[in-house]
Design a protein around this ligand. Structure first.
Ligand code: GLU
Length: 403
């Protein structure tokens, strides 16, 4: 799953979308695209490869002030221009971008084809554009709700409709989506990185939630169209966190920042004098903590390696049996969740889908789960019972000379 960014406000949308997509590049992607709605209708541009290729493929005059952009990591169909998002309805009225997987796309595609719809891509996403366009509802919100009623799967969706050019409608289920509240402009994104240059006031959508975003405001609602609108929260992390700040690659930047990050995480929390640590946000009393007989750490990829090291350290320092397991396998083996085991999930982004599913499995079976994540407000940070979030790296860290 990759990236989404959307803009509606007083400025031409395309440069904001391109800049937002560039900040999402660190997540990896195979193709990209954007759609901008202006007085002459929708302009949609898609390309395989880098964002700068997309940027150079844009028409000179692209002044529409509402638009959506996408970086794709293909799940259904190869990385081609035709499969890149945005996907459109046959009449071009609806454009949408999607992160995630529509599980019943094959069946819905067949039904739509039997009803005469011609598909132009291999993606699972395209069915959603056709479903929305074919809904009898007169509002875009109603049409999106109708379409969601027909699909099963995970999604973050952002939808444009030429009949309702004053809004973007977004929906979330299992893929992150954030609304950014600016001054007379609003953004949507799958990752705070794409918003922080414009605003730090955000609303994190919950699974099963939708939002209507206009240039001057937003409302959120659930699948039964009940209002769920709430005040935005302030995100604390500086925009520099997501910038390359002189480094050539994000991986290189992250590796070099490790000593600073590790020091920042421990600073003020480790109490050597009393041989203890004070971690805010665990939401467990010392008595509850002492009742645990085991610790199980879960993570995916490099977070799994972190979990392995963590298990060794916990055994060594706390003398409690601890082990690590790949979160991606966890829920498939119908795990026994023991009440005297403390589960700890590790995820840098807080959005690792398999780790989030492991949290759901633990909670469904009544287990206690803490998170070690690096993103406030992320899916995992909000799903766990408590946890620890690393501090931002000091701004004074100057980039090293390029190798
Ligand atoms: N499943 C969709 C596709 O293959 C979206 C993939 C993504 O999240 O980037 O186009």
């Amino acid at each position: 799953m990759c990236g989404i960014v959307g803009y509606i406000g007083g400025k031409p949308a395309a440069p904001v979308l391109i800049e937002g997509l560039k900040t999402l590049e660190y997540r990896g992607y195979d193709s990209a695209g954007l759609a901008v709605l202006g007085t002459g209708g929708t302009t949609s541009v898609r390309s395989v490869g880098r964002i700068r290729d997309l940027e150079s493929a844009l028409p000179k005059r692209l002044v529409g002030k509402v638009g959506i952009g996408h970086t794709r990591w293909a799940t259904h169909g190869p990385a081609t221009q035709a499969n890149a998002h945005p996907h459109r309805s046959e009449d071009g009225r609806i454009s949408l971008v999607h992160n995630g997987i529509i599980d019943n796309a094959a069946g819905v595609r067949e039904q739509l084809q039997r009803a005469g719809v011609t598909f132009t891509s291999d993606t699972d996403t395209e069915v959603v554009a056709h479903l929305i366009a074919r809904s009898a509802a007169d509002t875009l919100e109603g049409a999106v709700l109708d379409a969601l009623g027909r699909i099963v799967g995970t999604y973050a969706l952002a939808v444009l409709d030429e009949r309702h050019p004053d809004r973007i409608v977004v929906a979330r289920n299992g893929s992150p989506l954030i609304v950014g509240v600016g001054e007379k402009e609003m953004l949507v994104a799958s990752d705070a990185a794409a918003l922080v240059r414009h605003t730090t006031r955000v609303v994190h959508l919950d699974d099963g939630e939708l939002a209507t975003v206009t240039a001057t405001g937003f409302t959120t609602f659930d699948r039964a169209a009940r209002d769920t609108t709430r005040d935005p929260v302030e995100i604390e992390v500086a925009a520099a966190e997501w910038e390359l700040t002189g480094h050539r690659h994000y991986m290189y930047k992250e590796m070099l920042e490790q000593p600073e990050k590790a020091a920042a995480v421990i600073r003020g929390r480790l109490d050597e004098r009393f041989a203890t640590a004070r971690l805010n946000g665990l939401n467990l009393t010392p008595r509850e903590l002492r009742a645990f007989r085991r610790v199980k750490l879960l993570g995916c990829g490099s977070a799994y390696y972190v979990a392995q090291i963590g298990a060794q350290l916990i055994e060594d320092l706390a003398r409690i049996p601890a082990d690590a397991e790949a979160a991606s396998e966890f829920r498939y083996r119908n795990p026994i969740i023991e009440p005297d085991t403390l589960y700890v999930v590790v995820s840098q982004s807080g959005e690792t889908a398999d780790t989030a599913f492991a949290v759901q499995e633990i909670k469904r079976k009544g287990g206690q789960v803490l998170g070690v994540v690096n993103a406030v407000g992320s899916t995992i940070a909000r799903a766990v019972d408590g946890g620890s979030i690393s501090m931002p790296v000091p701004r004074s860290l100057s980039p090293p000379p390029r190798p």
